[in-house]
Design a protein around this ligand. Structure first.
Ligand SMILES: [Zn+2]
Length: 198
């Protein structure tokens, strides 16, 4: 059975110098490029928000980045504006081998709801279509890498496991935001969800 490599959000805004930089985020690019040859299928995700996106602290009067608000679908961390549609910060890291991708899936493009996971928006109900794509291609094993380990990588891998895919995270090709212990919590949650941490 072939395994697909799912590369989460390796975009300029999540790398040093970007609007929501993950420490050492660009360090994942080399290892990801190197492992692409080991996979028959490569999928890239791209965080892709309208400027009025509800996950941006600036769109909530008085709110600060990294605070939390209650949204109709549950609590939502507020972020600095990032990965705005069409901006340079939303582009993939220039060294990432994007030509290897069979599919680029964009997420978070509805202003009223965020989408950490590559499979569902943050209501855990609205699908992105990725599961159907993979199933139609007969792919049941997935390896996750990218940014950020404790948010979009973790949520994607846990959704994959819940959907019945064999899911693993290759941790040396991930970097975390680690907000208030979020990396340890995410690793614990991933293990409980049946995600293998390699
Ligand atoms: Zn985002």
């Amino acid at each position: 059975m072939t395994e697909a490599l799912i590369v989460i959000d390796v975009q300029k805004d999540f790398c040093p110098g970007g609007a929501l930089a993950v420490t050492d985020g660009d360090a994942v690019v080399g290892p990801i490029n190197a492992m692409m040859g080991d996979f028959e299928t490569v999928v890239l995700t791209q965080d892709w928000h309208p400027a009025d996106h509800s996950s941006f602290a600036g769109n909530h009067p008085g709110a600060q980045p990294f605070g939390t608000v209650d949204m109709p679908y549950g609590p939502q961390v507020l972020w600095p504006a990032h990965c705005v549609i069409g901006t340079d910060g939303a582009a993939f890291h220039p060294d990432l081998h994007v030509d290897r991708a069979d599919l680029v899936i964009r997420k978070g493009f509805r202003s009223g709801i965020d989408s950490y996971s590559a499979f569902f928006e943050n209501d855990h109900e609205t699908p992105t279509g990725l599961a159907g794509y993979l199933r139609e291609r007969g792919i049941s094993k997935l390896a996750f890498v990218g940014l950020a380990h404790d948010f979009c990588v973790a949520w994607s891998a846990m959704d994959a496991a819940r959907l019945g895919f064999h899911a693993r995270v290759i941790e040396n090709a991930c970097r975390a935001i680690d907000l208030d212990g979020s990396l340890a919590a995410a690793r614990d949650a991933m293990r409980k969800a049946g995600v293998a941490l390699d």
